[in-house]
Write a protein that binds this ligand. Structure first.
Ligand code: NAD
Length: 269
């Protein structure tokens, strides 16, 4: 018996990386999932090996109608919606204010905030009626960049901090019917890309940054997590019997709140 039996879930940005890991773990815990992503190719791959507990929808989370279609499909197919997980995101590859040309700062901001913030708001709006009916919950993927500086440049860090504000405000507004929480993962090697407006849509974090090595060297626990390592917090927050009193909070699974000890003092692994 899994933690998420009889639980109907929508996951955005579910085609790769963290979203895909959430879909696979949730299905293994007994959930029924609607996976939405803008990449039809990624979803086709997922669908090819998915069982009947996973349905896919190609769509852009910046569009309200696509969020609504995903929530409606969950209700139509599984009879209800228990959990909405806003997760789709893009990064700014640590581009600083000084390094961003003035000509693309505004368009880069618009594109990044549209995915990181506007889409979360639109998803919340679409999910609210079915979640109120099931007394369900929302979970939003934030980041170490929602809590600390230096997990990106000003566009990404500001957008993830805005996500924290959304979690707090929506938890307040939607109580007592709907719990709203966030998860703040740290770095991981995924297909995470950046705004087209900044010319960052063709490279992934895995290609552009020696992310595993950086994490192993500079994180307190000296490890390079895989997406699946971060998923337990989502399972906890989605399982209403395990987190019935939890709302308006962010589980920081990044480990970035603790500075790394110098290598000569750190334990060996
Ligand atoms: N990779 C990291 O180091 C890291 C660290 C902290 C937080 N995060 C966060 O984790 C979340 C997932 O990112 P990931 O690292 O798994 O990257 P990823 O690129 O592997 O997964 C994100 C998915 O979102 C989809 N997507 C992007 N824009 C979309 C849109 N407009 N409409 C629909 N789908 C869209 C992409 O196609 C992709 O499949 C993001 O919110 C990201 O900010 C990532």
């Amino acid at each position: 018996m899994g933690w998420l039996e009889d639980t109907s879930v929508v996951v955005t940005g579910a085609g790769s990386g963290l979203g895909l890991a959430i879909v696979e773990r949730f299905a293994a815990e007994g959930a029924s999932v609607v996976a939405i992503d803008k990449s039809a190719a990624k979803l086709a791959e997922l669908q090819a090996r998915a069982g009947e507990r996973i349905a896919t929808i190609t769509g852009d989370v910046r569009d309200y109608a696509d969020n609504e279609r995903a929530c409606e499909l969950a209700v139509q197919r599984y009879g209800k919606l228990d959990v909405f997980i806003g997760n789709a995101g893009i990064w700014d590859f640590n581009e600083s204010l000084a390094g961003t040309p003035a000509s693309s700062l505004a368009t880069g901001f618009d594109e990044l905030f549209a995915v990181s913030v506007k889409a979360y708001l639109l998803g919340a709006k679409a999910a609210q009626p079915p979640l109120a009916a099931s007394r369900g919950s929302m979970i939003f993927t934030l980041s170490n960049a929602a809590l600390y500086p230096a997990g990106g440049g000003p566009l990404y860090v500001a957008s993830k901090h805005a996500g924290l504000g959304l979690v707090r405000q929506l938890a307040y507004e939607l109580a007592p019917d709907i719990r709203v929480n966030g998860v703040a993962p740290g770095g991981m090697a995924t297909d995470l890309r950046g705004p087209e407006a900044l010319g960052m849509d063709r490279t992934s974090i895995s290609d552009a940054v020696p992310i595993d090595e950086m994490l192993r060297r500079h994180s307190a626990l000296h490890r390079a997590p895989r997406p699946a390592d971060y998923v337990g917090a989502y399972v906890l927050l989605a399982a209403r019997q395990e987190s019935a009193t939890v709302t308006g909070t962010v589980i920081d699974v990044s480990g970035f709140g603790t500075p790394a000890r110098p290598a000569d003092h750190a334990g060996t692994r």
